[in-house]
Design a protein around this ligand. Structure first.
Ligand code: ADE
Length: 420
């Protein structure tokens, strides 16, 4: 059953199949969607090119799209996040074309994106917008065949909005990240847990009693800060936005500048989506033994070139831990080459939360396939009915029941005359 692909080892397919089935146990919303898609086949013959983290959860999305009639081709959205056994199972057991190898070079990463584009996708599914940006810059001849796309993550949505503002974006893209049932859960609880999971698997660090510095108090930062506090760490938040900083203060965190925090932190976790949040002046102030981890999409948040420039020696202390010895005798520890620590050193977000994120993806793709008239080029919200549906399906799967408004309550909410 194998399809054109470039993966590490097809013999890992058995292990990958088990892993995909394990994730499926926690993805009841996707199971329902997959069943309906298989019955209705709304994606019949539709070529879907996806650039996502190749994990067991993504596999469940790819299989649902395939069950709905889609022809899926998949590459990785990060060189370090691929689960090679999952890639093997998708190729060998489902006949899905996968181009992804854990630890691939940047060059191979872009070759793999090119292979997905070779399949002439009509729908693009991106996590970080590398597929869309390559399509628009290097493969413009394919643009006329594209119906639309979906974007999974905050960083990708920011990039796409910049493309749209420049007049460069040529087709409609649904910002799946911006659905409430995506960012309020995946970004907060998913990143909150999986980023710490990555740090702990890489280092076996006890968080209790440590000073953890969280850069950024968006949904991801809120999640990481709250989970680190829950494990007994003293958490310092750094921010540039007054509202977010104020929220962090009122949530009970100490807010400080990175220059101040650099001197006292044991563990630094970046979640900003911006560049050089930890820069040379911060690195110069850090204590020996400080650990640097990134939970933002790209490996730009720690200035790695500055770290390398100040290091006299560099060694692999253990898997996913690079120790840099500075000329003043300190050792700074960088996790997973500054790439997404949760997907590099651990397994990414747990399946239960990806269930909602990927339900939004599947329903947004179906929506694009059926939209008449099609939305114009630009970044679009996930239709609110999809968001509501995902929340309702998740609650039902969790066995949680809700109250209903009585007719009297509905009337009251629509009235304006009843006051004090
Ligand atoms: N992003 C974060 N966690 C993920 C996961 N488990 N699978 C796919 N994408 C992810």
């Amino acid at each position: 059953m194998s399809a054109a692909s470039d993966i590490f080892d097809p013999r890992l397919a058995d292990a990958g199949e088990q892993r995909i089935a394990w994730a499926a146990r926690e993805m009841p919303v996707m199971a329902q969607i997959r069943e309906r898609l298989a019955r209705e086949r709304p994606l019949e013959g539709l070529r879907i090119g996806a650039c996502l983290h190749v994990t067991s959860e993504t596999a469940n999305l790819a299989l649902a799209l395939q069950a709905g009639g889609g022809e899926v081709t998949l590459c990785a959205s990060n060189p370090l996040s691929t689960q090679d056994d999952v890639a093997a199972a998708l190729v060998e057991r489902a006949g899905i074309g996968v181009f992804a190898i854990k630890g691939e070079s940047n060059e191979r990463y872009y070759e793999h994106i090119a292979r997905v584009l070779d399949a002439r996708p009509q729908i693009t599914v991106d996590d970080g917008a590398d597929l869309v940006s390559t399509l628009h810059s290097e493969r413009q001849e394919l643009l006329d065949g594209v119906i639309g796309g979906c974007e999974e993550t905050t960083t990708g949505v920011i990039r796409l909005r910049a493309m749209a503002a420049d007049g460069a974006l040529r087709y409609p893209i649904i910002a799946v990240n911006d659905a409430a049932t995506k960012h309020m859960f995946d970004n907060r609880y998913g990143t909150g847990q999986s980023a710490l999971d990555g740090v702990i698997r890489a280092t076996n660090l006890l968080l209790a009693g440590k000073v953890v510095v969280v850069a950024g108090y968006g949904w991801c930062g809120r999640g990481v800060a709250s989970r680190a506090r829950g494990m007994g760490a003293q958490v310092i938040v750094t921010e540039v936005a007054p509202l977010r900083a104020l929220e962090a203060v009122m949530d009970g965190f100490r807010v400080a500048t990175m220059l101040e925090a650099a001197e006292v932190g044991d563990l630094f976790i970046t979640t900003t989506g911006d560049i050089h949040v930890i820069d040379a002046p911060h690195l110069e102030r850090m204590r020996s033994g400080a650990i640097l981890a990134n939970a933002g999409h790209f490996n730009h948040e720690v200035n790695i070139a500055a770290l390398e420039a100040m290091a006299e020696e560099r060694r692999e202390a253990r898997p996913y831990v690079t120790a840099y010895r500075t000329s003043d005798g300190r050792e700074l520890l960088l996790l997973a080459e500054g790439r997404l620590v949760n997907l590099s050193a651990a397994e990414g977000h747990p399946a239960s939360v990806m269930d909602m994120s990927f339900a939004n993806q599947a329903l947004a793709i179906e929506h694009l396939a059926q939209a008449d008239p099609r939305p114009g080029p630009g970044v679009w919200d996930v239709p609110s009915e999809i968001d509501e549906q995902v929340a309702a399906l998740k609650l039902a799967a969790m066995g949680v029941e809700l109250d209903q408004l009585t007719p009297e309550q509905e009337r009251y909410l629509q009235s304006w005359d009843a006051g004090t």
